[in-house]
Design a protein. Structure first.
Length: 177
């Protein structure tokens, strides 16, 4: 490859990288791209849709899963799914779950599903057999108008994680961070 072709290739690659990290990518592909990324990065983690979780939680004939919110404390404080327990994204499987509950149904979630899939992967590696990731996580749950709470009180606001990822939330749902 000659020098001019090499420079052109580098410019095209850099322009593509700038586009992928731009707001246009988020606006065009949104949570769909994040879900594809999570599935490809964590192929061994079972994904559960928000519709499936909502049906599960409303089924009184089925034991509810343990909900683990895998976000930082300030994110959890803004809002979380009712009954969820907060677990630091860096927590070990032993810190996240008691070893005596290896067969308990556990649904993990975070902002978009990446940190929670990482936690699900760690839990599975530690021998937990019934772990699912909430696909699209709290951002999708909130965008669909599903119930959230903060300090036991219903809310619609969600911590946006950061300004870029916050664009995956409907504007009226973004809490100040």
């Amino acid at each position: 490859m000659n020098r001019g072709a090499l420079i052109l290739t580098i410019v095209i690659l850099l322009a593509g990288l700038a586009w992928v990290t731009s707001d246009a990518w988020l606006e065009r592909d949104g949570l769909s791209s994040m879900k594809r990324l999570v599935r490809s990065r964590f192929p061994g983690v079972r994904q559960l849709s928000t519709t499936e979780l909502a049906a599960w939680l409303s089924d009184s004939n089925r034991p509810s899963p343990l909900l683990l919110d895998v976000r930082e404390v300030p994110e959890f404080a803004v809002s979380h799914l009712p009954g969820a327990r907060n677990v630091a994204p860096s927590a070990t499987a032993a810190e996240a779950m008691p070893a005596t509950e290896k067969e308990r149904a556990v649904v993990v979630y975070c902002s978009v599903g990446y940190r929670s899939s990482d936690m699900a992967n760690r839990l599975q590696s530690a021998g937990f057999t019934n772990v699912l990731n909430l696909e699209g996580s709290i951002f999708q749950w909130a965008n669909e108008g599903r119930l959230l709470q903060s300090n036991g009180i219903a809310t619609q606001r969600v911590h946006p994680y950061n300004a870029k990822f916050g664009q995956l939330l409907k504007p009226e749902l973004r809490a100040k961070h």
